[in-house]
Every structure is written in structure tokens, then in C-alpha cells.
Design a binder for this molecule. Structure first.
Ligand code: NDP
Length: 483
């Protein structure tokens, strides 16, 4: 089988030292392609090229950077259906979600095109007469981006766009499960009139290419999204080299359903946030904390909603839930079902692999009730179409359960009480709090991130992204000696 692209360095596509095969999780007989894997020499070449290109890009000025980002964003939006089909084919999300993701990726670029023009500094008086002070944001330099498979275009977009907007060069290591999406995004960036080496794609195994990239002394900043264990390793590597680091990792997002909530709306939001994207979202609602007064009614309706979802081929009309991304992820999900049963949780629906006309990694949306917050399934990120219901006797108890987690990315409450909603917003330990909304679903122009083990370092997205992708320089200017 011929090799598809996978490596783009110094303005050229290169063959890989190794190859991986990419199959459609909705239909294992559908081979999407084989993709090149970079070796150590290619990674070093990419880092060298990035270092050379970065000052040229910064010197090109704000109009140029604005125009390039605008062009990338516009093309992504225009081709959302075509590239969204690639995303859905290799990641497994339904086409509407794949298309929506690519459109959103375009919005990140157009948003940051405008941020290029807004990069203004400060002027200050000096406490010493005759001296002027100005404070400017400058690029950090070479940014390493390591991204996951669950949003294979949007996540890299919300990292690459601000990196380029603020004048940095990029070396990107995408997830090996979604190489076609990485190539599609790279092709659009490669079309632009930018210095060779400004943007580099180095596909390859995380434990090899990814590890070497994050350990490199030639990297000035690392932006990572993925699992907590890999994140811990990246943080340790970054500290060794004093490299700036930003990480988004797992979560166990709670959603509190109070006794005054609109029950149907609560069920719709809980089901959407738990099972959307096959539960493979860092913002998925995986802990549903339900007031005892409405617990039984809520659970009955939630099970009905879960069972009514259409699980199928990602590209088939009518599919609401696609397959799990990989065999390994499906096995891990089914193992968690066994863990839940072993811990005494009550399996109300799902929990099994499904057969469909094409062979794929299909899993039934799964609801567990009678769970406790100390169970493994309520402590560990499963990244699965599995949600766990817990009963609470009061709002205070529900909030205490919600806050009892090492994670803190998103959290939601369903209530009609303004007082409770306000208390929740102030006292929930999470980076994003949602009132009468699902835990998943965020905007592109405001910061995104969490607390605890969910995030580390400055926030991503919106104007807060400048904190990570720039470094601040304070200049003191004296009058000099009079002529
Ligand atoms: P990983 O954290 O292993 O992968 C994320 C990215 O890091 C991928 O590009 C991966 O490459 C790369 N990587 C892996 N190991 C290293 C390393 N040692 N040094 C540098 N980079 C590395 O997550 P997985 O994709 O394996 O998913 C495992 C679990 O992680 C999921 O079940 C889920 O719980 C969680 N996860 C959370 C996400 C989130 O958004 N919160 C996103 C994805 C996963 P490669 O693809 O080649 O392995």
C-alpha cells in the first residue's frame, strides 16, 4: 500500500521512517491510508527549521499574520463538510459533529486573526524622571504541540492559531489514531505564504516522537491535551528544561440535578453531555448527582433516553452515537463496566458491545445507578459512553460530592433556584461551571481550562491565550546624553 502524507518539515512533505495503518472504527474493512512516522533525525530537522523560521514570521508583521490566519480559518469553514467527513471516518463521531468540529476549528483561526491586531502593550511612567517604560508581548519562540484524537482538528486549531498569531513557530505531534485529520489541517496551513519551517507536522508514536519532542531543549513552550499520566511525564520533562508548559487533561465532570429542575431538560442535557461524542470528551458528564426527591423519575427517563439513541456508522444518516475510537479504548470501557459491577453498582442499561452491519467498535450507552463517589468509576476518567448516577439528600451534600474529585474541568447544575445557582457558581471547584446547561459545549472566544489534575499552566483560548503564547518584555528608555 502506498504511503500517505504524515510528515511536513521545513516546507516539504517527507516520507516516514515507519508506517501506520489507519482504519475506520465504524467499519474495520475500510482502510483510510497508511501514514508516515517521523524518526529522531526528522524531529531534530523540524525543530531546527522552526527555530530559523520564527524570527522571519515575527518580522513579517501583524497584517501578514492576520491575513494568513484569516485564510486558514476561512478555508476550514468553507471545507467543513469535506474535512468533517475525514474526521468522522477516522475518529468515529457522527458527521454533523465532524463537520461542526471543523467549522469550529476555522473559527479559532479567524478569532485569533483578530487577536493579532489587538496585541497592544502598555506605557508606564518611570519613578525616575526622564525615563520612559513600555511593556510588550513578544513570541515565546518554538512551540511544541501534542494533541489527542478526540477532537483531531479543533484541539490542534485552538493551539496552532494562537501560537502563529503571536509570532511563534510550531512543531506539531498529532495523535497517531487520527493522522488523516492532521494531514488535512497541515495541507491548508502549508498552502499559505509563510516561511519554510514555521509550521511542521511530525507524526509518530507518542512514547517515541512525542517524548523526544517534549524533552527537547530546542522547544520554548509545550501545549498538551491528553491523559493525566502522559501529562505528568510532560510536566517533569518541561521542568528539567525550564520549558513553559500548558496542559489540559482528564476530568470526572459532575452534574447536579436538583429537585426543582425541569426534569425533561435535565435528562436531555445529562444524556447529551454523557453520550455525545461517544462519551469521549474531557467535558463529558460522567457523575450525575441527583436529588433523592426526583432520583427515581430522573433515572427512569435517563435510561429511556439512553436506549433511544441510535448507535451506528458515523457517516450514516440518523446516527447519533458513533463507535468508540479504537479496540484498546473499547476494551478499557468494557473493563470499566466489569469494575462497576464488581464494586456493586447497578447496571441499568448498556454495558455491552453492539453488532452493526459493518464490523466496528460499537458500544451501547450505559447507565449505572446506586454508585458511590468512592467507586473507581466515579474517580477515574473512563472516556466512555458510561455515566454514573449518585443520590444526594440535599444541595449541600450534592455540592460536597461534586467537589470531591482530584479533577475540576467542567461542572453543571440543573435548578430553577437563583440562590442555588449563584452559590454553585461561587463554590464549585471547576474551571468552567454551567447552569441549566450540559457540562460539554463551550464557546471559542473565552478561556477554557480547569483546576486540580484537569489542567496545568495558563488557560487556553480567548484573549487569555496570550499568557501562554507570549512572553512579556519591559523596556526602559532614557534620554541619553544631550548632543
Ligand atoms: P495520551 O495522553 O496517551 O495521548 C495524547 C497525546 O499524547 C497523543 O498525541 C499521544 O501520541 C501523545 N503521547 C503519548 N505518550 C506520550 C509521551 N510519553 N510523550 C509525549 N507525548 C505522548 O492519551 P490516549 O490517546 O492514549 O488516551 C488515553 C486516555 O487519555 C483516554 O482514555 C482518556 O481517558 C484520556 N484522554 C483525555 C483527553 C482529554 O481531552 N482530556 C484526550 C485524549 C485522551 P499517540 O497518539 O501516538 O499515543
Amino acid at each position: 500500500m502506498s504511503q500517505t502524507k504524515g510528515i511536513y518539515i521545513a516546507g516539504r512533505w517527507e516520507d516516514g521512517a515507519g508506517l501506520i495503518e489507519n482504519r475506520n472504527p465504524s467499519d474495520l474493512s475500510d482502510v483510510i491510508g497508511t501514514y508516515g512516522q517521523a524518526n529522531a533525525a526528522q524531529l531534530d530537522e523540524a525543530l531546527h527549521a522552526a527555530r530559523k523560521a520564527q524570527p522571519l514570521w515575527w518580522a513579517a508583521g501583524i497584517q501578514k499574520r492576520h491575513d494568513v490566519l484569516m485564510a486558514i480559518g476561512t478555508e476550514l469553514m468553507t471545507r467543513a463538510e469535506e474535512i468533517g467527513t475525514i474526521v468522522s471516518r477516522e475518529e468515529g463521531k457522527p458527521l454533523a459533529e465532524g463537520k461542526g468540529e471543523v467549522y469550529r476549528a476555522g473559527q479559532f483561526f479567524t478569532y485569533f486573526a483578530a487577536e493579532v491586531l489587538r496585541n497592544q502593550g502598555d506605557l508606564a511612567e518611570s519613578v525616575r524622571p526622564g525615563i520612559e517604560i513600555d511593556v510588550r508581548r513578544e513570541p515565546v519562540g518554538v512551540v511544541a504541540i501534542v494533541s489527542p484524537w478526540n477532537f483531531p482538528v479543533a484541539t490542534p486549531a485552538w493551539k496552532i492559531a494562537p501560537a502563529l498569531a503571536f509570532g511563534n513557530a510550531v512543531v506539531w505531534k498529532p495523535a497517531n489514531l487520527t493522522p488523516a485529520s492532521a494531514v488535512a489541517l497541515t495541507e491548508i496551513i502549508a498552502k499559505q505564504d509563510i516561511p519554510a519551517g514555521l509550521f511542521n507536522l511530525v507524526s509518530g508514536p507518542g512514547r517515541d516522537v512525542g517524548q523526544r519532542l517534549v524533552e527537547s531543549r530546542d522547544v520554548d513552550a509545550i501545549s498538551f491535551t491528553g491523559s493525566v499520566p502522559v501529562g505528568r511525564g510532560i510536566a517533569a520533562a518541561a521542568i528539567q528544561n525550564m520549558t513553559k508548559v500548558q496542559m489540559e487533561m482528564g476530568s470526572k465532570n459532575p452534574m447536579i440535578i436538583m429537585d426543582d429542575a425541569d426534569l425533561d431538560l435535565a435528562v436531555a442535557h445529562a444524556s447529551g453531555a454523557a453520550f455525545g461524542g461517544t462519551g469521549q470528551k474531557c467535558t463529558a458528564a460522567s457523575r450525575l448527582i441527583v436529588h433523592e426527591a426526583i432520583h427515581d423519575a430522573f433515572v427512569e427517563k435517563l435510561v429511556q433516553a439512553a436506549q433511544a439513541l441510535t448507535v451506528g456508522h458515523a457517516l450514516e444518516a440518523g446516527t447519533q452515537i458513533g463507535p468508540v475510537v479504537s479496540e484498546g479504548q473499547l476494551k478499557q470501557n468494557l473493563d470499566y463496566v466489569d469494575v462497576g459491577k464488581g464494586e456493586g453498582a447497578e447496571l441499568l442499561c448498556g454495558g455491552d458491545r453492539l453488532n452493526r452491519p459493518t464490523e466496528g467498535y460499537y458500544m451501547a450507552p450505559t447507565v449505572f445507578a446506586g454508585t458511590r463517589n468512592d467507586m473507581r468509576m466515579n474517580r477515574e476518567e473512563m472516556f466512555a459512553p458510561i455515566t454514573c448516577v449518585m443520590k444526594a439528600g440535599s444541595y449541600d451534600e450534592a455540592l460536597a460530592i461534586a467537589n470531591d474529585s482530584e479533577f475540576g474541568l467542567t461542572a453543571g447544575i440543573m435548578t430553577k433556584s437563583l440562590a442555588r445557582a449563584s452559590h454553585f457558581r461561587a463554590n464549585m471547584r471547576a474551571g468552567c461551571v454551567m447552569v441549566n446547561l450540559p457540562t460539554a459545549g463551550t464557546d471559542y472566544h473565552v478561556p477554557f481550562g480547569g483546576r486540580g489534575a484537569s489542567s496545568y499552566g495558563p488557560r487556553e483560548q480567548g484573549r487569555y491565550a496570550a499568557e501562554f503564547y507570549t512572553t512579556v518584555k519591559t523596556a526602559y528608555v532614557g534620554a541619553g546624553s544631550p548632543e
